[in-house]
Design a protein around this ligand. Structure first.
Ligand code: B12
Ligand code: SF4
Length: 534
């Protein structure tokens, strides 16, 4: 008899905040892990809360007679939603085998196992581990012999043997036919056409709010060879990196496009650009096969600096319209601390090389690393603003450091008195560094102020705040002036605007931003302060 596994994909953002996430994020984790298991006669029901109108209703319906339950999450709201759903599942089906995997459970398996929300947690890469776990349960063989798992034995965490990374070329392609891709494309289209505030990321050439594109996400490599101390990847993947061969990748993209015509593919790899030869061949093949798509992916600053002009030209010619780059810190001593290895001046060089080819960069920075000096944080804010104003159609987003279990800098934070949260809800609320957490040194007040003003001014500078009045135009200009000159004090002109807006709201002449955003179905990625609604 075929056994059916129910897979729940938790909410990516808190629905109460009215921040639907952009629907080019497909439940890739599930599409990858279930693919090899299909060969063993298992069946799967994927319930993705982003596209299901009634995810809980569907969950209860599908759980009747199910063989197992599986879920995944990354730090942020998914943790809270996933755990709350798993608690309900556990109380209704106490004997149902439950497995968790993904980036958060991989670094905090004991949270799930000690509370009986999981019978097993898959650590890192999941395709083979998941299939073997399912087979072990079906065949009644010991789960303890399945490599790559965390289990709970005698009230303690128990690790089965470590699993070697499996080459992606040896795995079957993701099972896109198990989701209704059109549902995702519909959400994208409805969000793009009704949103007053558009996606904050630049559209590929030829697309706009009026002409939204259809995007799918894809995964072409697992892991990352870099040693960054704040990131969980070195811990989870042992700095190993396995990628699909360029020929296989392009063949798969061609096949996917035949089934679901799309305009843009977004690669969700941790570090797409590691291997220049692969990227070059990928671009050549895209051009040869005349696919006529746009693509975006992740890459490192030093990689861009190292790539030849020929490769970068090929990226442009093959439809690359944007790359995601973690610059993380401006100061040399902080770069040394995080071990990212970005040389002074190279962020600008990388930005310029891409800018000249009309490839946008989505740049990310972090401030607030353990023991980071205020001078270093200020340097980051300054360079972030410089990049934003020099390359205005690129993004330059500053995030606040958040300690993750098992990482080098997470342990440093713990030595400084930070306590890793023990509740799923606290992890779920962690889209931002917790200023109020007294056990961890807070950012200095002036840095907090400048950080908040930076994140407030950027959407003005980008023209994301709607309104055409001369005062709006003046504020847009002022935002540019302030960002260019790092003048964050006495933002009287913006205060006056906010006061006026609140006054109008009190008269009922303007909707509150949150409600307006929700009504408009705004798609927000990352944190809510990225977009502003006037
Ligand atoms: C796309 C992405 C996002 C998307 C949303 C992702 C989503 N879940 O909805 C956006 C852009 C919104 C996002 C935001 C953030 N992200 Co993010 N993101 C990614 C990214 C680039 C790809 C994830 C993905 O789709 N992978 C594709 C699948 C196929 O691979 P995978 O996840 O590795 O899955 C494999 C294994 O993990 C395992 N597995 C996964 N699930 C399961 C389940 C079971 C049952 C089993 C057995 C196995 C298993 O098997 C899979 C196949 O081998 C990852 C990096 C990466 N490459 O994974 C970071 C990553 C997941 N993000 C991360 C972070 C920190 C964030 C932010 C907190 C950043 C910030 N400061 O704002 C926010 C939080 C958002 C929130 N929750 O509120 C961290 C996760 C940290 C952690 N330990 O949880 C990562 C790992 C990046 C990093 N190296 O730091 N992110
Ligand atoms: S390059 Fe990115 S994914 Fe790789 S270890 Fe550093 S932060 Fe993590």
């Amino acid at each position: 008899m075929t056994q059916r596994v129910v897979m729940y994909y938790p909410e990516r953002g808190d629905p109460k905040l009215g921040q639907p996430y952009s629907a080019d994020l497909m439940p890739l984790e599930f599409l990858h892990i279930l693919s090899p298991a299909l060969e063993h006669d298992f069946e799967f029901d994927i319930i993705d809360s982003m596209v299901e109108p009634d995810p809980m209703g569907k969950l209860w319906e599908k759980l009747e007679g199910a063989f197992a339950f599986a879920s995944t999450c990354i730090v942020g709201y998914q943790v809270a939603d996933g755990a709350s759903v798993a608690e309900q599942v556990r109380s209704k089906y106490p004997d149902l085998p439950m497995i968790w995997g993904g980036w958060f459970p991989s670094v905090a398996p004991e949270l799930y196992l000690s509370r009986d929300l999981a019978n097993a947690v898959c650590l890192g890469q999941g395709e083979v581990t998941f299939t073997e776990w399912l087979l072990a349960i079906r065949n009644g063989t010991p789960v303890d012999e399945v490599a790559g798992l965390a289990l709970w034995r005698d009230g303690k965490l128990f690790h089965t043997p470590k699993r070697d990374l499996v080459a992606l070329d040896d795995l079957p392609p993701p099972a896109f036919d198990l989701i209704d891709v059109e549902k995702y494309l519909d959400v994208q289209e409805s969000q793009a056409s009704t949103a007053k505030v558009r996606y904050r990321f630049p559209d590929p050439p030829g697309y706009s709010m009026q002409k939204p594109y259809r995007a799918v996400s894809y995964f072409s490599s697992y892991g990352c060879p870099e040693p960054c101390t704040f990131c969980c990847s070195p811990l989870v993947t042992d700095r190993r990196w396995k990628a699909l061969d360029a020929e296989v990748l392009v063949d798969r993209i061609v096949e996917l496009k035949k089934i679901y015509p799309f305009d843009v593919v977004r690669f969700q790899d941790a570090n797409f650009g590691v291997h220049e030869k692969r990227v070059k061949r990928f671009c050549e093949l895209l051009i040869e096969r005349d696919l006529n798509i746009h693509w975006n992916a992740t890459i490192e600053v030093e990689t861009i600096v190292r790539y030849s002009d020929e490769t970068l030209d090929l990226m442009r010619d093959s439809g690359c319209h944007m790359m995601w780059v973690g610059a993380e810190a401006a100061a040399a001593e902080t770069q040394e601390y995080i071990r990212k290895g970005i040389q002074q001046g190279n962020v600008d060089i990388a930005m310029r090389r891409m800018w000249e080819r009309n490839i946008k960069i989505g740049l990310f920075w972090i401030i607030g690393y353990p023991d980071e000096t205020p001078a270093s944080m200020r340097e980051t804010l300054t360079l972030a603003a410089e990049m934003k104003t020099l390359y205005p159609t690129c993004t330059s987003e500053v995030l606040l450091y958040r300690p993750l279990p098992g990482t080098v800098s997470g342990e440093h934070a713990e030595r400084n008195g930070y306590e890793m949260p023990l509740s799923f809800d606290t992890w779920g609320g962690m889209v931002e560094y917790k200023f109020e957490n007294k056990t961890y040194e807070s950012l200095p007040d002036d840095i907090k102020r400048d950080y908040h003003r930076y994140t407030y001014l950027v959407p003005w500078f980008d023209g994301l705040v709607k309104g055409r009045s001369p005062y709006h135009r003046f504020l847009k200009w002022m935002a540019g002036y302030r960002l260019r000159n790092h003048r964050y004090a006495w933002t009287v002109e913006f205060k006056l605007y906010d006061l006026g807006k609140r006054f109008m709201q009190s008269l009922g002449l303007k909707r509150r931003p949150q409600l307006a955003a929700r009504a408009a179905g705004v798609a927000v990625e990352g944190t809510s302060h990225n977009v502003r609604e006037a």
